[in-house]
Design a protein around this ligand. Structure first.
Ligand code: GLN
Length: 489
């Protein structure tokens, strides 16, 4: 079988029916990493025990034991997710020596389903960024054009998946970090409804927005991964008791009766022409598949970027207070500890351990939360956030799934935006609203720019309506010219 051209659902079926061993599959991806990752830098850490883990799956198969849904599928895991015994850095120097003593729930569930962890993928530091350029471990390259960014913050997962340095990957999305890099690298990326996936053991960035999800090659692979990672977890009180459907079995390609909403505010002049044309083509395709197209309006999305950066920075400043050099992580060196006070200890440790974007967010967030400003900034942003959610609820009365661009442009060049934070934040203009409203969203590859860079579309659904969103994606994928497209690395 051609592992390079197979979805992981196909790989898993071949492993289970003994056409290929889990060990062979793992070795195939490890050797691709060895050959190509010097150029792409999509991994921070490789799991030295990956082959042993694959052998354990093969043993289970030969004994005829019961197998999980993802038996023998090798995954790359974003470095935000704790992995027992395997270094977890969150892309930061401050966690450069941190090896968790436990697995995050997502990783625990993936392993229980038979996943082999290949390693930990590169990312923007603490998931703050849209280009992977804030990683302490160096920028990741876009496999379609190596002078371009892969997007961020889950840029390592996106790059590794697009170049098939993994059969599947996991990312996290606080304001677009799964969907934007998936869009830039031409893969499928899903951010589930807030509360669908446990955040236990995931390095916290902005707790009211963070969600983990699959970054994979096909919609079916995404659906299967969701079946494994979704569901209530007693260790994360924000997870929901909503039943998890058998997403992959339910997938249907017919859009008869499906109402697709086009978000008026997202079809702006700011869209580059090729992106606009891909979105228009996807709308035409949806019509042909039987969908009814309606226009919806979300006026408050014009305030989404400022709302998001107030809320995300505030929550980050609070979450990142734990990195103090005392309990774990990087600690600054002092000639004589007895001659410095605690403030000096923190300042030097945190000044050395955090990069400049993370420091900017901590300062901004601390300011927004400080006495006298809390009501004017954080609280106000939370109030407007609620109004935005109400606008979504209203709009979902007239449509089932919304369709929009993911970003205004395809991937940009490395170095182009990193010195202008506001230009960087504009990457999130179409994605942050979904997080603010707690809704599921995804990106689906649908076309290519003349430069060869991939262009996708974004789909968004109501709370816990992932199935509808995946159905639309599955139908559109069946007519997409770039399904499973592979860059020439
Ligand atoms: N680019 C956004 C930020 O920097 C989104 C990041 C994310 O979703 N983790 O905060």
């Amino acid at each position: 079988m051609d592992l390079l051209k197979s979805s992981f659902t196909e790989i898993k079926n071949a492993v289970v029916s003994k056409k290929v061993s889990a060990q062979e599959v793992t070795q195939f991806f490890l050797s691709r990493i060895q050959t190509h990752d010097k150029k792409l830098n999509s991994y921070i850490t490789i799991n030295e025990k990956a082959v042993d883990e694959a052998q354990a799956i093969d043993k289970k198969i030969s004994k005829g034991e019961e197998l999980g849904l993802l038996a023998g599928v090798p995954f790359g895991i974003k470095d935000m997710l704790c992995t027992k015994g395997l270094k977890t850095t969150a892309g930061s120097k401050i966690l450069s020596n941190f090896t968790p003593p436990y697995d995050s729930t997502v990783v625990e569930r993936l392993k229980a389903a038979g996943v082999v962890v290949l390693g930990k993928t590169n990312q923007d530091e603490f998931a703050m960024g849209s280009s992977n350029e804030t990683s302490f471990y160096g920028v990741t390259k876009n496999p379609w054009k190596t002078d371009c960014v892969p997007g961020g913050s889950s840029g390592g997962s996106a790059s590794a998946q697009a170049a098939r340095l993994a059969a599947g990957t996991i990312g996290t999305d606080t304001g677009g970090s799964i969907r934007q890099p998936a869009n830039f690298c031409g893969i499928v990326g899903v951010k589930p409804t807030y509360g669908r996936v446990s955040r236990y053991g995931i390095v916290a960035y902005a707790s009211s927005l963070d969600q983990a999800g699959p970054m994979v090659t096909t919609v079916e692979d995404a659906a299967l991964t969701l079946e494994v990672i979704c569901g209530q977890d007693p260790r994360d009180a924000t997870t929901s008791s909503q039943k998890v459907p058998q997403f992959s079995k339910n997938l249907k390609q017919n859009l008869q009766g499906m109402r697709i909403g086009l978000v008026k505010e997202f079809m702006t002049d700011a869209l580059d022409k090729e992106t606009q044309s891909v979105v228009e083509k996807s709308v035409e395709a949806a019509k042909k598949l039987g969908a009814k197209i309606v226009e919806v309006s979300l006026p408050l999305t014009s305030q989404a970027v400022p709302m998001y950066y107030l809320i995300a920075a505030s929550e980050a400043s609070s979450n990142l207070a734990r990195y103090d050099g005392v309990k774990y992580g990087h600690r600054a060196e002092f000639a004589d500890l007895s001659r410095i006070d605690l403030d000096q200890f923190y300042a030097k440790t945190r000044g050395e351990g955090f990069g400049s974007e993370v420091q900017r967010r901590i300062m901004l967030g601390t300011y927004c939360l400080s006495a006298g400003y809390y009501d004017a900034y954080y609280n106000k942003a939370c109030q407007v956030r609620r109004l935005l959610k109400n606008q979504y609820d209203e709009a979902f009365k007239s449509c089932d799934v919304m369709l929009s661009p993911v970003t205004t442009h395809p991937a940009f060049k490395i170095g182009d935006r990193i010195s202008d934070p506001l230009a960087m934040y504009m990457n999130d203009i179409f994605t942050v609203s979904t997080n603010l409203a707690g809704l599921p969203g995804m990106s689906l590859p649908f076309g290519q720019a003349s430069s060869g860079l991939p262009i996708g579309i974004q789909l968004t659904a109501g709370h816990f309506e992932e199935q509808k969103m995946l159905d639309v994606a599955y139908a559109l994928e069946s007519v997409s010219s770039v399904k499973g497209a592979l860059p020439n690395v």
